[in-house]
Design a binder for this molecule. Structure first.
Ligand code: C2E
Ligand code: CA
Ligand code: CA
Length: 763
């Protein structure tokens, strides 16, 4: 269970780490994307700055031409211009001057109409509208490029208003485009950074290519339309439309675009004059050229992050897969007992939960089957034989099961089964089959014939979905532990409400035991024993009870001792009872009253403590107790478990003036070896002997022979639980030395016991 939690914590940790890494990578990407946006903006600005150099240069050229045009008009205006002839003459004369020799031809405007020098009216549709517009502005104005394809003429037109001229409003001077544009030199930056720098007309026609990178993207010619050129490359109608608007307005702007997968900047710089714009400088820059270092850093980092991200995903997937695989492997180990070839309790619980869920309408019973005295039996038979036995049991169970049933081995001689049943009788019959299988005697390693027997507990499903299978197993186990062994051999006990309330009681006990001990609520009772042979009292047995001052009641040890054995509190309690007894003896001696031996019970857990013997001796010495007035009662089951140790313990106790007794003889797996091998002073026959033994002739023989054997081995034979005169008479006849039981006296509180002794009650 704990491992399952740790592995769950591990996987959560890995997932959290992955998530954190993903978030970190994500935020880095977001930051870098933000940063690259800034870079885009920066590149856009730089594009404009570089284009501005070209536009400044170009503006200078335009200014030169404007000044020239204005000088022309000024010169003209110094002459008489009252008629067509005077005007033509004047223009002709000015035109002859050296500085104007470049002018291709000259026209003039009157009342919005254009005339050649011969006063011939021109068709305006053939010329740029801007010329017409410019003619009305009253200021000198470049009207852009005017083309006459019929005569393959291409010229730059300048309109200059003619003040004080009665005959014409303005003149238009046409310069050849070649020299005009050729005087623009590409700036250093243009050459360094741009792929293409052009001057375009308001309609986007390339009127001049200022710079073109020969290795670049752009194979352009004069008269190409810049939009057509860009359209196929940047594939973004929006940007093209925005450019078109900027150019038409003569405004400026810059766009980040992708050309052949690379970041580029297209900048538009309008050269506008008096509300119209004849020209725009349009340039294309590679972003990495204008912003080289930062761009490559960002893209490198982005690429690295992308690789890292992919690797992270791979690592996470790899981890999850291998984690799952190892979990599966661990689960297999946890779920299968290789030695006996059987599913474990874990697997049993998992499979059972599925079965119960899928068959909600059926009744199920969880059954634990325990081999009685498993450790002792294993010692007797040897590991190997026991394993063989377990395998055989497992085979039997696997054949025994029907559909929707399962089984598992929980270790220590315990099998768990899930059976479904229709009625109690059918279930009882099947349980019988289960246990009789075991009741076949086996030969031990020493050649002795022993019988494996089983006991168990049953938990019947109630349809309550909140009870987990783990709980069901626990309850079946608590029912098994509650079998009133030894009275019903091979018995199965059903978990029921009483057991349930016992669990609640157990909780109460565990919470209150220490304070009860501290507050002396554990009280020692003394049950007198009677010596049949000498017709005299034969001391007593000290028995503990738990006093409840609130109800003024005593709780019987049968309720709390099993729990104290589980939680080891019994060690403290045994020592406490023992010391109380010693104090009582010391007081009796001090008060000069007659002293009889007292027996104290020692649980196998207390007796297994490393300091058990030394502590008991030390207390005996502390209260100065004379030899042979203390008898230690060991249970028969302790003898089973650690035979050698008990022998050593008994020897040391003997050497220190204790008497030793074997308690509850006949209740468990009685072996006469114990009697023969252990140097006990007393054998106490379990109440079971006289309960059962009196009714059947055969059992009577057993009782008689045990008494005989005990006596032959020089042991005092004491029968417990004697309640009737008949029992007493019979025991006397059989040669039993001592009796203890309600017939003589119940266990008594100390004062009553003292009184009892003074009365010298004789049977
Ligand atoms: P036990 O050692 O076999 O003690 C005898 C039990 O039989 C006592 O039960 C006693 O009250 C009861 N008994 C005596 N005469 C009769 C009779 O005529 N008829 C019937 N039916 N019962 C009789 P109790 O006092 O309930 O103690 C139960 C068990 O608790 C004891 O069995 C003993 O094993 C254990 N125990 C009691 N005190 C201590 C203790 O201080 N330490 C340890 N480790 N175990 C103790
Ligand atoms: Ca006892
Ligand atoms: Ca007993």
């Amino acid at each position: 269970m704990q491992k399952r939690t740790t592995s769950r914590i591990n996987s959560i940790l890995i997932i959290v780490m992955c998530l954190v890494s993903i978030v970190l990578v994500g935020s880095s990407v977001a930051m870098l994307t933000g940063y690259s946006k800034t870079l885009h903006n920066g590149a856009e600005v730089l594009g404009l700055v570089y284009s501005k150099q070209t536009s400044d240069d170009f503006t200078k050229v335009m200014n030169t031409y404007r000044t020239r045009s204005e000088t022309f008009a000024e010169n003209l205006m110094g002459m008489p211009m009252e008629s067509v002839d005077e005007l033509s003459l004047g223009i002709g004369r000015v035109n002859k001057e050296k500085q104007f020799k470049e002018i291709m031809f000259i026209r003039y405007f009157r009342d919005g109409k254009e005339y050649s020098l011969g006063d011939r009216e021109f068709d305006m549709t053939r010329e740029a509208k801007s010329v017409l517009v410019g003619s009305k502005t009253g200021e000198t104005f470049c009207a852009g490029v005017v083309e006459d394809f019929n005569q393959s003429i291409s010229a730059v037109a300048y309109c200059v208003p003619l003040k004080n001229c009665a005959y014409a409003d303005c003149i238009v001077l046409y310069y050849p485009t070649g020299p005009f544009f050729d005087s623009i030199t590409p700036s250093e930056d243009s050459e360094k950074y741009s792929q293409l720098t052009t001057i375009c007309s308001a309609e986007g026609e390339i009127v001049s290519i200022v710079y073109r990178n020969k290795n670049g993207e752009f194979e352009v010619q004069q008269h190409n339309n810049i939009y057509e050129i860009l359209k196929v490359r940047i594939n973004d109608k929006n940007t093209i439309d925005n450019m078109r608007n900027l150019v038409a307005d003569g405004s400026s702007g810059s766009f980040s675009v992708k050309i052949a997968g690379e970041d580029n900047v297209v900048s538009v710089l309008g050269i506008s004059e008096h509300g119209t714009s004849p020209f725009s400088v349009i340039s294309v820059y590679k972003s990495t050229d204008v912003y080289s270092a930062a761009y490559s850093t960002v893209s490198t980092v982005l690429a690295e992050l992308a690789i890292f991200f992919v690797m992270l995903i791979f690592a996470a997937v790899y981890f999850i897969i291998s984690f799952r695989a190892s979990e599966r492997r661990i689960r297999n180990i946890k779920e299968y007992n290789e030695v006996i070839g059987c599913p474990t309790r874990i697997k049993f619980e998992r499979v059972s939960a599925d079965i119960i869920r899928q068959n909600a309408g059926s009744q199920f019973a969880v059954i634990v089957v325990d081999i009685r005295h498993f450790d002792y039996m294993t010692d007797q038979m040897g590991e190997e034989k026991m394993t063989e036995e377990l395998r055989r049991m497992k085979d039997f169970y696997s054949r025994f099961l029907q559909v929707h049933e399962t089984y598992g081995y929980a270790g220590n001689g315990r099998f768990i089964l899930l059976l479904h049943y229709r009625d109690e009788q059918a279930l009882a019959a099947r349980l019988k089959a289960l246990t009789t299988y075991l009741g076949i005697s086996k030969i031990t390693s020493s050649g002795e014939r022993i019988t494996l027997s089983a006991y168990g507990g049953i938990y019947k499903t109630t349809g309550d979905r909140t009870t987990t299978v783990e709980r069901m197993v626990e309850r079946a186990i608590s029912a098994a532990n509650a079998t009133s062994y030894p009275f019903d051999f091979d018995a199965f006990r059903v978990y029921n409400e009483r057991l349930h309330s016992r669990n609640a009681m157990n909780e109460y006990i565990e919470v209150n035991m220490q304070s009860a001990l501290d507050n002396h609520l554990f009280k020692v009772f003394y049950q007198p024993k009677f010596n049949l042979e000498g017709s005299r009292p034969d001391g007593c047995e000290a028995l503990v009870r738990w006093y409840n001052p609130e109800t003024d009641e005593y709780m019987q040890p049968g309720i709390f001792l099993p729990l104290f054995e589980q939680n080891r509190f019994i060690v403290k309690l045994d020592k406490y009872v023992y010391e109380q007894v010693c104090i009582y003896i010391a007081n009796t001696v001090a008060e000069h009253r007659q002293l009889y031996p007292i027996s104290v019970n020692v649980s196998r857990i207390t007796a297994s403590e490393p300091d058990f013997v030394s502590h008991y001796i030390a207390i005996k010495n502390k209260y100065n107790i004379a030899d042979n007035f203390l008898t230690i009662e060991f249970t028969e089951s302790f003898a089973f478990e650690d035979y050698e140790r008990l022998r050593e313990t008994v020897t040391t106790l003997h050497n220190n003036g204790f008497q030793c007794s074997i308690d509850d003889f006949g209740s468990g797996f009685s072996s006469y070896n114990i009697l023969k091998e252990l140097p006990m002073d007393e054998i106490k026959l379990d109440r079971f002997f006289i309960l059962k033994g009196f009714s059947e002739d055969r059992d009577l023989k057993v009782l008689s022979s045990v008494i005989k054997l005990g006596r032959e081995l020089n042991m005092k034979v004491t029968q417990e639980g004697v309640e009737t005169k008949d029992q007493l008479m019979l025991l006397k006849k059989l040669g039993c030395n001592v009796i203890q039981g309600y017939y003589y006296s119940k266990p008594l509180v100390q004062g009553d016991y003292d009184d009892f002794l003074t009365r010298k009650f004789i049977l």
